[in-house]
Ligand binder design. Structure first.
Ligand code: IPM
Ligand code: MN
Length: 347
């Protein structure tokens, strides 16, 4: 029987609750699909940091390297570990070290889910650059604590990095409605964002069948609210993509529905699948976290592993459940009840 080795990193807060739910669903899908998912649990988290002084062991990345994929819940427990420490100790190094440069985030309304917009037919695929840009961590502070203190945070854009994410976007657009929106702020940022625009125009020549529109981040933010149906694939830098995908989550009914995949398309190292939401300390362990974003991320993992029909089964099980209104009442539906309903459809 075919078997895939999965590293499970539930992390903190509701990350643990939703990973457990997603794993049950994935196991059921594997059983049905006639393949195995062999999970190994890693307790790397803020709790682990408190015990060991690090978010993961020094050889953590090497340990993960032999897995076929990583399923992650959420990282962060700011009451005890500053977010800037926990995220730069676990989530961000995994994305960067495994060169998971394409962060894929689908935004559409699941059936039965009430979004905040009048428009309901949108189907947007955000593709966020995931390894460089505003997230490189290059910079520093001088004259700390004095009145003359200075902080510098340098965005780094490379030709290789910008070109590959745009090509990834154009390829995705070809499989969809053949429209690509490239996002910058080149009217204000005259170096990196003009560079991005130039590379976009050059790469677009290889994709004459895809309709390209170049937007500024402020304009596309408004468009995602006013005319979301006009967008198909959206490609943006790391920070712009981060912000747009929380907006995307909001228009699809909330963070409980927003799934994501951190992909290294060359497949020589594991890709990572995680819901867009964070650890939500306020509702951790209350049993009311919505597991749908994590389950949907799990379906994206199955797709990446080549288990297409199992991925499709999980998606249609999620949709069957939300159609009945289950998982559509934030703060009321229990994690276990939603998971149980998905499992019942799959069985
Ligand atoms: C996300 C998150 C992370 C990010 C944080 C937790 C560092 O907001 O995955 O969108 O900004 O990438
Ligand atoms: Mn985010």
């Amino acid at each position: 029987m075919k078997s895939h080795k999965i590293a499970l990193i539930p992390g903190d807060g509701i990350g643990k609750n939703v990973t457990e739910a997603a794993w049950q669903v994935l196991q059921a899908a594997a059983k049905k699909g006639g393949f195995a998912l062999e999970g190994t649990n890693f307790p790397w988290s803020c709790a682990y940091y408190r015990e060991t002084g690090a978010m993961m062991p020094p050889d953590g990345i090497e340990t993960l390297r032999s897995f076929d994929a990583i399923l992650l819940g959420a990282v962060g427990w700011p009451a005890e570990v500053p977010d800037s420490v926990s995220l730069h100790g676990l989530l961000l190094p995994i994305r960067k070290q495994f060169m998971q440069y394409a962060n894929i985030r689908p935004h559409r309304l699941l059936p039965g889910v009430q979004g905040p917009l009048r428009s309901e037919g949108f189907d947007i695929l955000c593709i966020r650059e995931n390894t460089e840009g505003e997230y490189t961590g290059a910079g520093g502070r001088v004259h700390s604590g004095t009145g003359n203190e200075v902080a510098v945070e340098t965005s780094i854009f490379t030709r290789v990095g910008v070109e590959r994410i745009l090509r990834y976007g154009f390829e995705q657009a070809r499989t969809r409605r053949k429209k690509l929106a490239s996002v910058t702020k080149s009217n204000a940022q005259k170096h990196s964002m003009v560079f991005w625009d130039e590379i976009t125009s050059a790469v677009a020549k290889d994709y004459p069948d895809v309709e390209l529109t170049q937007y500024h981040i402020d304009a596309i933010a408004a468009r995602m609210v006013m005319e979301p149906d006009s967008l198909d694939v959206v490609v943006a830098s790391n920070l712009f993509g981060d912000i747009l995908t929380d907006l995307g989550a909001a228009i699809q009914g909330g963070l409980g529905y927003a799934a994501s995949a951190n992909i290294n398309p060359d497949r020589s190292v594991p890709s990572m699948f995680e819901p867009v939401h964070g650890s939500a300390p306020d509702i951790a362990n209350l049993g009311i976290a919505n597991p749908i974003a994590a389950i949907w991320s799990g379906a994206m993992m199955l797709e990446h592993l080549g288990e297409r029909s199992a991925a499709a089964e999980v998606m249609s099980a999620i949709e069957a459940v939300t159609t009945r209104g289950i998982g559509t009442n934030p703060g009321q539906d229990r994690t276990e009840a939603i998971t149980g309903a998905v499992l019942a459809v799959l069985s």
